[in-house]
Design a protein around this ligand. Structure first.
Ligand code: DGL
Length: 267
């Protein structure tokens, strides 16, 4: 039994998909969430900068006395995976678990991953997948427009701007006949239905956020580290009001009064 909270961080709202998955499975856990909305998006930033950001985010979340951390950001997991391993805390990124989930999905047909520019450029998804599923084809698609669209509220399945972007990004996925598709950026789980529609019904979707949360849940259960009072607290380096509104809409329950101001850390 360990009653300390679980820390979860992301560049903004995307990591809420991991928090939601964790909450559904472990309602008794306490969750401390940090959305670095003031520095979002991470995807267009150079790798060196992302590594500094990853270390700052980790230190910030660790300072709350958490028992484990989910780096619920594909971009951080892709560009600073080695750095995350240096902490004394158990730290779960979303890349490894996501890629393992992808390797199990869609039989042996071609697979695809959607992620941010920095994640795709790092080659980390491609490397991990070639180890998890040797010889299986992987199509990697960078989707730079999606995080800004999602953060500005374009999440409805019929949203015209979202549809236009998804048509562009998923045309090659359909052309490749992908049987499995990894949402390699945690924000993308917020538009799961829309992605499924543009990918086609024959493509099995896998969420890196949900896989990362499941990996952490397994770890806590197997090591007797579960426990808490089902509390949650959210910190944002952007607008508390906007985060409260967007988080409430996404989670389908009010987080009014549970969101606090975090500093915008200098890169
Ligand atoms: N949710 C982050 C990820 O998983 C988005 C990064 C960004 O802000 O561009 O990659």
């Amino acid at each position: 039994m360990d009653r300390r909270p679980i820390g979860i961080f992301d560049s903004g709202l995307g990591g809420l998909t991991a928090a939601r998955a964790l909450r559904a499975r472990m309602p008794e856990e306490d969750i401390l969430y940090f959305g670095d909305t003031g520095r979002m998006p991470y995807g267009p930033r150079p790798a060196e900068q992302l590594r500094r950001i990853a270390a700052q985010d980790m230190d910030y979340v660790a300072s709350f006395g958490v028992k484990a951390i989910i780096a619920a950001c594909g971009t951080v997991s892709s560009t600073a995976g080695d750095l995350l391993e240096q902490y004394r805390l158990p730290v779960f990124g979303v890349l490894k678990a996501g890629v393992e989930g992808l390797a199990r999905a869609g039989g042996t047909g071609p697979a695809a991953v959607l992620a941010t520019q920095a994640s795709i450029d790092s080659g980390a998804y491609a490397r991990a997948f070639s180890q998890a599923a040797p010889g299986r084809r992987l199509l990697s698609v960078a989707c730079p427009a999606l995080v800004p669209l999602i953060e500005s509220g374009h999440t409805e399945p019929e949203d015209p701007a979202l549809e236009e972007a998804l048509e562009q990004y998923l045309a090659p996925v359909r052309a490749a006949g992908a049987t499995a598709l990894l949402l390699g950026c945690t924000h993308y789980s917020l538009i799961w239905q829309a992605v499924q529609r543009f990918a086609g019904g024959g493509t099995e979707l896998v969420g890196a956020a949900e896989c990362g949360a499941a990996a952490l849940g397994d770890y806590l259960s197997e090591n007797g580290l579960t426990g808490g009072a089902g509390r949650e607290l959210y910190y944002t380096s952007g607008s508390v009001e906007e985060f409260t509104a967007a988080g409430t809409a996404f989670l389908g329950r009010s987080i009014e009064g549970l969101v606090r101001q975090a500093p915008v850390m200098e890169v």
